[in-house]
Design a protein around this ligand. Structure first.
Ligand SMILES: [Zn+2]
Ligand SMILES: [Zn+2]
Length: 245
């Protein structure tokens, strides 16, 4: 399971993050399910979902939202249509900052075969004018779930901006970075007691998209519903502690 992957739509994303390329790399490394989470957009999620047609890989549509407080949160949806509706809402909170590809990088829309459909003119990586509480509530209203991204990082994380994550904060999961040592991860585990913890690759290039950067979940089958049940620790579904032991 790897719930945090960028494509060429993210300006910081490598140009190797095309739709069929992500699918074949995920399959080659033995990943069963990925979420496509570009910054503030789900514009390439459909291309990756289509590229995975007739393969065993399950692709969930999502976004990595940057909130008003500059917190990154993954919002993942059962259907592309729900993700698009959420993005339409999110865009009402965009600041109209044009992208400058020479400075920030290109933001490319593509189809399932990597044919380029166009470029996003507005800079996607910026804090939208909605606070984290509103973003999480709107995600739930659209049938999605929310995972606080890389909370161990010193910037763009809930902890860096607002401090400790409240025990009953209404997100389904909290993500820890792939590079944490087992010891540091254990410390976060006790700080985040009560939350389901996942590890993801946050891949911006294909070389980091390996199963060792992801998480293991106990599921009956691979689907949005089952992943949600695992995050909620319901009916025997669960997330295994990524660092083992
Ligand atoms: Zn991030
Ligand atoms: Zn990311």
């Amino acid at each position: 399971m790897d719930l945090h992957i960028h494509t060429v739509l993210s300006p910081c994303g490598g140009l190797d993050m095309g739709a069929p390329d992500i699918v074949s790399q995920a399959l080659a490394t033995g990943i069963d399910c990925i979420a496509i989470t570009d910054h503030n957009s789900c514009g390439n999620a459909g291309a990756v979902m289509e590229a995975a047609d007739n393969t065993p890989l399950v692709v969930l549509p999502g976004l990595e939202v940057q909130t008003q407080e500059d917190i990154h949160v993954l919002t993942i949806f059962p259907l592309l249509e729900r993700a698009r509706e959420f993005e339409a809402w999110l865009r009402q909170g965009f600041l109209a900052i044009p992208n400058e590809p020479d400075i920030f990088g290109e933001q490319i829309y593509l189809d399932r075969n990597n044919d380029i459909l166009g470029e996003e003119p507005l800079l996607l990586v910026h804090g939208v004018q909605y606070p984290i509480d509103d973003v999480v509530a709107e995600t739930h209203r659209r049938g999605g779930f929310a995972v606080l991204a890389h909370v161990d990082r010193p910037s763009f994380s809930y902890v860096a901006v607002l401090g400790e994550v409240p025990k009953h904060y209404p997100v389904e999961g909290v993500e820890l970075s792939k590079n944490l040592s087992p010891k540091a991860a254990e410390e976060w585990r006790s700080r985040l007691e009560g939350h389901s913890l996942v590890r993801s690759s946050d891949s911006h290039s294909l070389d980091t998209l390996i199963k060792e950067h992801g998480s293991l979940m106990v599921l009956k089958e691979v689907s949005f519903e089952e992943v949600l049940m695992a995050l909620q620790n319901r009916q025997g579904r669960r997330v295994l502690w990524p660092w083992g032991g």
